[in-house]
Structure formats: structure tokens, C-alpha cells
Design a protein around this ligand. Structure first.
Ligand code: 5RP
Length: 233
């Protein structure tokens, strides 16, 4: 395992201390929270941990099923105790850019249905101002080019339709992703979230504002746990 992978694993596993018997847990998507999910699977198998998971993507569902984690969805469970997920960037206000893996819409729905949210990340994700990572915006396939036109006056850089194997990348919801190069200038993410979400054809923007309570991030000097003042954890 290389050094970055080790950092992801450390952060992913560290989040598991917040998970207690009987909890309903939102299971995020990505290469860091994967380690959280693997550790929860181990605790279920070896320590009789009793939880129910709600996955945020088909990939996470598959992983959780392979680990025998009992699963449900928001049509059966209205409120979750906690969501644990990764992030592409986090700022000093605990606001996030997410959607590098294309699962941002379900991730936001699940996080908003949770009493609290923990982000697991390595220190490359820590920024002073959001936007260096191209902001993912999920758009409907039928309106994606009009949505791109309408986002462009507020996005100073290029907007790219996300591709995979030379075809547009299609999300689990059947949408496309526009990766919007704002640059590190999103100091008021709530304003951009509202503006972009009001554009026709936009399904969801990958700005998570005021949702995250704890950030667990690892660097070569160890694990740091940042707890939001007046947060829910
Ligand atoms: C998926 C996401 C991921 O949480 C985000 O991309 C971070 O992933 P990773 O831990 O692999 O860097 O938002 O939609």
C-alpha cells in the first residue's frame, strides 16, 4: 500500500469510533470512505456490531453487500444517526466540494437526512478557499448543454462534460456531470449553491454547506480530528 493509500485508510478507520450499536449510518462513496466501510464490515463480523447502512451509490452498495453490512434506503428509514463520507475539498468553515466520484446527489440527500456528518480525507483535501478542485454539477441529460451555457457567466474557467471511456460519464441517477473550473474563489459557497441549483437542468451542485460536523484527516504527522464549533457532534 502506498503512502497516500495508508493516509486514506487511517482516516477511514478513525471515523469508526463514532459508530455505535443500533445506529443507522449513511455510507458515502469514494476511495477513503471505502476503508470506513471495510472496518464496519469487520466489526460486524468480529464484534457483533449491529448497524444498518444506507449506501450513497451503487458502488458502495456493492461493497457493503460483499461485507454483509445490513442495508436499507431512505424509503424505509427517514432519519439516519450519522453519515460518513469523503470529500474533494474542505475549507475552514467545514464546507465541502464533493462529487469527484459522481455520487454527489445521493450523497447530499443522505447527508441531509442524517443527524450529523463526518468527512474522512487526507490532508491534500484541506484548502483555505473552495474551488481549486473543479466543482461537479449533476445535470439532466436532456438539458445539459443549456445548463452549461447558464453556468458559464458565473464560472471564470472552463466547464467540462465529464467523460469516461470516450463517452459522457453517466451517474447512478442517469445524469451527466459538468466539472466547473471556478478556481479557489468560492468563499461564499451558500450563494453559489443557491445560484447553480436554481438553473434549469441542474440536478444538484457538489457544494455541501453547513452539513459537515467533523473532519477526520490524516497527514504524515498523524490523524487530526476537527470538530465544528456548535456542530452536532
Ligand atoms: C464521490 C465523492 C467522494 O467522496 C470524493 O470524491 C472523495 O473521494 P476520495 O475519497 O476517493 O478522494 O464526493 O462523489
Amino acid at each position: 500500500m502506498d503512502a497516500v493509500e495508508e493516509l486514506k485508510q487511517e482516516a477511514g478507520i478513525a471515523a469508526c469510533k463514532y459508530v455505535k450499536n443500533g445506529m443507522k449510518i449513511g455510507l458515502g462513496t469514494g476511495s477513503t470512505v471505502k476503508y470506513t466501510i471495510i472496518e464496519l464490515g469487520r466489526r460486524i463480523a468480529e464484534e457483533d456490531l449491529q448497524i444498518i447502512g444506507v449506501p450513497t451509490s451503487e458502488a458502495t452498495k456493492e461493497l457493503a453487500e460483499s461485507l454483509n453490512i445490513p442495508l436499507s434506503d431512505l424509503s424505509e428509514i427517514e432519519k439516519l444517526d450519522l453519515t460518513i463520507d469523503g470529500a474533494d475539498e474542505f475549507d475552514p468553515n467545514f464546507d465541502l466540494i464533493k462529487g469527484g466520484g459522481g455520487a454527489l446527489t445521493r450523497e447530499k440527500i443522505v447527508a441531509l437526512a442524517s443527524n450529523a456528518m463526518i468527512v474522512v480525507a487526507d490532508d491534500r483535501k484541506k484548502v483555505s478557499t473552495l474551488g481549486q478542485f473543479p466543482l461537479p454539477v449533476e445535470v439532466s441529460i436532456s438539458d445539459w448543454d443549456e445548463a452549461k451555457e447558464k453556468i458559464s457567466p458565473i464560472c471564470p474557467g472552463k466547464i467540462n462534460l465529464r467523460m469516461k471511456n470516450e463517452e459522457p460519464f453517466v451517474t447512478d441517477n442517469g445524469g451527466y456531470i459538468l466539472d466547473c473550473n471556478f478556481g479557489p474563489m468560492i468563499s461564499k459557497p451558500d450563494i453559489y449553491e443557491k445560484k447553480i441549483n436554481s438553473i434549469e437542468g441542474v440536478v444538484e451542485v457538489g457544494l455541501f454547506v453547513g452539513i459537515c460536523d467533523v473532519i477526520i484527516f490524516s497527514s504524515l504527522s498523524g490523524i487530526q480530528i476537527l470538530t465544528k464549533p456548535n456542530g452536532r457532534l
